[in-house]
Design a protein around this ligand. Sequence first.
Ligand SMILES: Cc1cc2nc3c(=O)[nH]c(=O)nc-3n(C[C@H](O)[C@H](O)[C@H](O)COP(=O)(O)O)c2cc1C
Length: 211
Amino acid sequence: MTDHSLPAAETLLDATQLPAGTLYRLFSGSIAPRPIAWVSTIDAAGNANLAPFSFFTIASVNPPVLAFSPLRNGDGQTKDTLNNLSEVGECIVHIGGETLSEALNITSASLAPGDDEFSHAGLSKAAMPPLKVPRVAEAPIAFGCRLRDIITFGDQPLAGGLVLAEVVVIHADPGVWDGRHVDNDVLKAVGRMAGSDYARTDSLFSLERPE
Ligand SMILES: Cc1cc2nc3c(=O)[nH]c(=O)nc-3n(C[C@H](O)[C@H](O)[C@H](O)COP(=O)(O)O)c2cc1C
């Protein structure tokens, strides 16, 4: 029987010496599937922006806070979503599901700042008062947020800007949310894997929690 108590030295990688691209592939391949935040924002002039982020999770329930991380691109530039949040501290985090996955993917295109991914992907806008940011009308779940904080990790390529966004208003389609449970047969949640791959959630298994 193999002794797993002491890992062989050659399996230990010095994270400080790994190129960022290698770390990206190791993270995105092994920390998967990841849920996808589909985030709308506006810039100071009111131009809408929409983009997916799978470095995404729940940071707190009470108060309700979501966390996602737009990385700097390969040139070290920050993404429009982060720039917009710095200008107008609001965003809407949508959960799209399988039927909207192609539209979601289209909104990951690198458009010029100020170009509107809603129209690029053929999506409609709906108002979400009291926020100024529009939501994706077609998305069954939308969490309207005010910015709590942005934690930055430097200015090198692929450095994250961790957004902590407090949910202040929610849209939940009654076909998906009955007030107590989300119906995943309708939502058809998807997860992001490495590269261009996505995971479906139509093959689940259950484990009872121990006492
Ligand atoms: C499913 C999916 C998930 C993504 N997740 C992230 C992410 O977590 N962080 C990131 O920096 N970019 C991520 N991207 C790439 C961004 O969506 C892409 O860079 C986009 O153009 C950013 O838009 P913006 O500049 O309008 O903010 C993802 C792309 C896809 C298709």
